[in-house]
Design a protein around this ligand. Sequence first.
Ligand SMILES: [Zn+2]
Ligand SMILES: [Zn+2]
Length: 407
Amino acid sequence: MKALVINRSPARFLTARILKDRLTDKAIESGPLNLKDVDPPKAPTNEWVRVRPLLSGICGSDIATVFFQSSRYFEALTSLPFTPGHEIVGERLDRPGERVVVEPALTCAIRGLAPCRFCASGQTQLCESTTIGDLKEGIQLGYCASTGGGWSNEFIAHERALHSVPEDLSLEDAVMVEPLACAIHVSLRPTHQQGHLAIIGAGTVGLSTLAASTTLGDYDSITVVAKHPLQRELAKRLGATTVLYPEDLLGAARRLHASQRVGHYVSNGYDIVIDAVGSSSSIESAIAAVRPGGEVIVAGMPPRQSLDLAPLWHREVQLKGAYAYGEEDLTPAVAQRIGLTIPTGQRPRTFAIALHLAGRLQLGQLVTHRYRLGEYVPALRKAYHGGREDAIKVVFDLTKRKSVHDG
Ligand SMILES: [Zn+2]
Ligand SMILES: [Zn+2]
């Protein structure tokens, strides 16, 4: 079968790194990712199911990994060679025609282990065991040599990781369930989802978080910082109160409470700022625009970088990471508002909330470009350039549809 495979070759990584600023097709071809004929992955136990991907998204973290922009922290949490792809809608090979989305986290239950303390408390995103058990190292399917990933014609997934796709959900809405689950988790990370919220960045993470925050939060206003025309249009369509260019954020923060500008900061500002870019400048902008005592949520995978943390210290700003999904604390009022029934004493899984909201939010509208597996060079180039080239979510189309270039 065909699969895109990453195998570490320092020289290849280096080439990709040097050339990353002017990303030519040649740079991608000489990078660490190649299309190969490989054997399908073997199931470690009979609880594993073979799945054929139909659509498989390219995530920002995939791009960072392919182009060696990700933090070295991540290296120990993957195993080589691996096939990327963790945003997947596919078809079970043991039940032809049954469409599934994959919850890709490779946590204790999936690895055949007794739950660690975090899995036991429902915080599976904090699992301690993503490097041991039945599988090789890997935080998720799509970063693990044992499972394969979505950028291929076949991979394996644990039975527990598969969720049936409702009949009336489009493939595009279904492939966005995983990013939506991430966005739901991000939107529920602030201690209170109230007051004035700003979201910096309007790629998939920023726009999905906007959609989740309008639905789950109770904000007075939601401001989105977006650079590019399609991002700005989608931010308005998905319910942003205000859409700003990056240079206008601080002024808008100041006007919220008629506060003072103090150097690069304002004396009061947004209650919560979500950083959906993950660069040092976006995180510094977030810290500058948040009110003293406010919360900054880091939603995208940041690379290694340097930050001025003096204002964080002085203004008692909380900086919180938000990774993946697990279980969520939904108040009964919010659960009722979105029509989600939660059995007494239970907390809903983030994925269950995402599946529940997927049809309503229709994030399939963020899928702007589709490519065949063999077209991975233009696909990665498009995903790398993102909003600059009017791309939001780029996906591999592994269906047998004749034409995929309709997005
Ligand atoms: Zn992702
Ligand atoms: Zn665990």
